[in-house]
Design a protein around this ligand. Sequence first.
Ligand code: ATP
Ligand code: MG
Length: 161
Amino acid sequence: SWIDLKLFCHDVVEEMRMSIGASHKIVLNCYGSCELVYLDPKLLRSILSNLISNAVKYSLAGGVVEFDLSCFDQVATFEIRDYGIGIPDEDQPRLFRLFHRASNVNAIRGTGLGLAIVYQCVLQHQGEIYFTSCEGVGTSFVVKLPLTLGSRTEHLSPESV
Ligand code: ATP
Ligand code: MG
């Protein structure tokens, strides 16, 4: 459906803030015009909540999670960065597989399903996902989704429904 992407991301971040409490700071920055785009809100919510909850879970309390949203040239880019435990090089090639968990998670609980779900959601949206990570330094996940842009008038006219 047609969504205001900026508003949508603000809402998701607000929900995440409520559920994690005061342990981490989540900072959202928006670039470009993201006001009205055609995306599947369920898929997008699943992508963002999994990536943000990982960023929180795999970084120390008091940490900052940065979320950059940008829309340029019919592509929405979502980047979620943390300064947490990072992902060891040897685990990186298998990260999107079901049940795969890296060797440095220690006592941090999880099932290894979140990223596999994210991957499927991105595929369903004809998008792409990649990450860069350094153990002990931090991780950045980037999701790119192709966009159909709308204008307000198009949005409001009955023909477009
Ligand atoms: P859950 O199914 O509850 O999400 P999970 O978090 O272990 O469990 P995934 O979200 O699929 O599973 O992530 C897979 C693995 O990738 C994690 O176990 C962790 O080793 C690694 N990982 C994912 N995101 C990060 C991150 N931001 N920083 C460090 N490691 C990460
Ligand atoms: Mg997870």
